[in-house]
Design a protein around this ligand. Structure first.
Ligand code: ADP
Ligand code: MG
Length: 695
């Protein structure tokens, strides 16, 4: 089973996207089919057609059964040309159509001539709508908007209301053109928001420099990044110095100084300087690809609101259809003076109003905008549901190390309890063990002690004990490193000291210890304050000892704290929290993804810190905060609330206007004009409203 992605060109309505999706899903051999109207992407899994060279054509053939004008093209991130030229042609066509009609009316050549002009005008105006409508009738045996508009316009022309008929078509056509423009504008603003894709890499081949596409660069190649250029691939600097702007990845605008041996991430911009970088990851594994994939796939999964809307549409449409039929048949019977002509016309108006397009288009676009906006701010959201869920968070559990604290421990003290080992040797045993761990403690120790003489290759049987420490063997010695819980030594008494104390045990004897000091991140206190202002309860779960846990919790303003926890304790405690909440409330867990992936996965919303360069954190959680700032949680909640507000506004606008026009029509106070407005006009308003999320 393999996943494939294509782009769909010429898919111009949200409903069509749904139809394509349903068609492909019901075809044998295709699974997990998804058509994303916001990104115009089609994704599916298939076993039957795996590696089939003809797959694209097979898919295209199926897609065209429901949407004959759609092209299936390779998934690239180039913007699809949204056919603006064609819409200009359309505008001219509409103007000519209207002119022809007026010409026929105003010229005094008699009724016959007027009629001929009217027919020509109708042909010009309807030449796109009618074929579309007929295709729909033939292929799907259903009337769509196009058919309704065409029938009603032609109908009006026959009952001597030609002027109205022409205007209705004109309004509808112009509305559709504006709608397409608005949607493509939204799409483009979102994609330019996420425009972090590098176009090329300068590869250095001996002394020559060649421009190639980032996909062609191999691991170990040397690339040159000049000032003003985007970093195309992740790597390590081998020559030069530069100032890097990583804001596209993290939302953080502060420049970073890098020099030889510093790592650089794709997606960053070299603001000043010239560097040579040895590539460490293929383009498809690079930071930039990871982020783009994540954000693009994010809206594939439909949010609950979206599902609700599509379910509602399934009930709503037949109800309106039924009402229309009732009106058409019974109105003349119950109301004197209402003719069948009028009642059928009313029914047509109902049908035009009934299209749920504005909702079907604006809801997914809103989520897409929200996710795009969040990613610009350094918050990667992996699905519409998680974005939606942020606003419902009532409790947040925080991990300590690397989440509330920086996780950059400073070595403050080395102690030896046995004269056989001096402080330098004690430290060496730590370095050897921690070289194999990727815990923040390990990284900090290795950062603090730069000793290349230590031969870590002698280390055997390394084993990490989550939440406690680690074990290894070297020569005939058995080494244990970690906190007091792993030492099993009652000589170690609980100490009130500040800092994380780690012990070293060699062959059953505790021979020394080191003390590490961690700092609280600068924005934690204000974040906790804001969270409590929002009515969100905060908790801290940590593997660290009681004294430190309580001190830090108090300092940042967290009331509930649980300490000396192993990863499985965290899971059990979180389970209790989840059990005690209402179903509509959400519980988030914020951690670093190092040893808390189970809790990140179990929480309603798992938020991980510092995704830049760490793929484990990206995988383990639902939301990744690219900077290490906790305040991003608040920002995410705000974006979620704003997105939700706009979706609700759009629902109210759409349903409100439709109901209004519906009622007015029933009482004979409104006409096809208003109906067209309630259809296309409302879609336009909602799409423009969606754009406000990006601001
Ligand atoms: P937190 O819940 O604060 O993120 P962890 O569960 O990651 O903490 O770790 C808990 C404790 O386990 C640490 O404070 C430390 O004492 C010990 N520990 C974990 N990993 C290591 C390691 N690689 N080396 C030494 N000690 C470790
Ligand atoms: Mg941790």
């Amino acid at each position: 089973m393999k996943s494939y992605r294509y782009k769909l060109e010429g898919l111009d309505c949200a409903n069509c996207a749904k139809k394509v999706e349903e068609k492909l899903a019901s075809t044998d051999g295709f699974e997990n089919v998804n058509v994303n109207f916001s990104t115009l992407k089609l994704s599916f899994r298939t076993e039957k057609y795996e590696n089939d060279k003809n797959l694209k054509n097979i898919v295209e053939e199926i897609v065209r059964k429901v949407e004959p004008d759609v092209n299936v093209i390779e998934n690239s991130n180039k913007e699809i040309n949204e056919k603006t030229e064609r819409s200009n042609v359309d505008i001219i066509r509409i103007i000519i159509g209207v002119l022809v009609y007026f010409l026929g009316m105003k010229s005094n050549l008699g009724k016959g001539f007027s009629l001929i002009f009217l027919i020509i005008s109708l042909v010009i105006l309807l030449h796109k709508i009618v074929p579309k409508a007929i295709k729909q009738i033939v292929k799907n045996k259903s009337l769509d908007e196009n058919a309704l508009i065409a029938i009603s316009a032609i109908g009006e022309c026959f009952v001597d209301k030609a002027m109205e008929g022409i205007m209705v078509i004109t309004l509808y056509e112009i509305g559709k053109i504006l709608e397409a423009k608005a949607i493509s504008k939204t799409r483009n603003s979102i994609s330019s928001l996420m425009d972090i894709r590098p176009e090329y890499a300068n590869i250095k081949d001996k002394e020559e420099i060649k421009k190639v596409s980032p996909e062609e660069v191999k691991i170990g190649d040397i690339i040159v990044i000049k000032s003003g250029e985007k970093i195309p691939l992740d790597g390590i600097i081998i020559k030069g110095e530069a100032e890097i702007d990583n804001s596209a990845l993290t939302g953080e605008s502060e420049l970073i100084n890098v020099k030889e041996d510093s790592k650089v991430l794709s997606g960053g911009i070299n603001v000043q300087g010239l560097i040579e970088v040895k590539v460490e990851k293929l383009y498809e594994d690079s930071t930039v690809s990871q982020i783009l994939n994540l954000v693009e796939n994010a809206t594939d999964e439909k949010a609950k609101t979206e599902n609700f809307v599509s379910k509602a549409a399934k009930i709503y449409t037949p109800i309106v259809l039924g009402l229309a039929v009732l009106v058409a048949i019974f109105m003349p019977i119950f109301f004197k003076g209402v003719t069948y002509q009028e009642s059928i016309y009313k029914a047509l108006i109902f049908l035009v109003i009934s299209c749920p397009c504005s909702i079907a288009i604006s809801v997914p676009l809103s989520y897409f905008s929200g996710i795009g906006k969040a990613s610009k701010r350094g918050i990667l959201v992996k699905g519409s549901d998680y974005l939606d869920g942020l606003k419902d968070i009532k409790q947040i559990v925080f991990d300590k190390t690397g989440t509330i604290t920086t996780g950059n421990f400073k070595l403050s003290e080395i102690k030896s309890f046995n004269e056989k080992y001096n402080e330098k040797e004690i430290l060496e045993y730590f370095v050897m063990g921690e070289s194999y761990s990727n815990h923040p403690i390990a990284k900090s120790i290795l950062n603090e002690v730069k000793n290349e003489d230590i031969d870590i290759k002698q280390v055997r049987d390394f084993e990490e004990i989550a939440g406690k420490g680690l074990k290894y063997k070297i020569q005939d010695k058995e080494i244990i490193i970690g906190n007091k819980s792993i030492m099993n030594d009652n000589k170690i008494t609980s100490n009130q000291e500040e800092g994380t104390i780690l012990f070293l045990k060699i062959n059953d004897e505790v021979v020394g210890s080191i003390k590490l000091i961690d700092e609280i991140k600068p924005d934690v206190k204000t974040t906790m304050k804001k969270l409590s202002d929002l009515g969100i309860k905060t908790k801290m779960f940590t593997g660290d000892k009681k004294e430190i846990a309580q001190k830090i919790a108090k300092e940042v303003g967290i009331k509930e704290v649980k300490y000396e926890m192993l990863p499985q304790n965290k899971y059990e405690e979180l389970e209790k929290v989840l059990q005690g909440k209402k179903p509509s409330e959400k519980v988030a867990y914020v951690g670093d993804g190092i040893n808390d992936s189970p809790v990140l996965a179990r929480a309603d919303i798992g938020i991980s810190m510092g995704g830049v360069g760490s793929s484990s954190a990206i995988e383990a959680s639902d939301i990744v905060i690219m900077t290490d700032e906790l305040s991003k949680v608040i920002e995410g909640i705000e974006i979620s609330k704003k997105t939700n507000k706009i979706i609700m506004q759009n629902l109210v606008i759409s349903i409100g206007i439709k109901l209004l026009v519906f009622t007015l029509t029933l009482f004979g106070l409104s006409d096809m004009w208003e109906a067209v407005f309630a259809d296309v006009g409302v879609t336009l308003i909602t799409v423009f409203n969606t754009l406000r999320i990006l601001r």
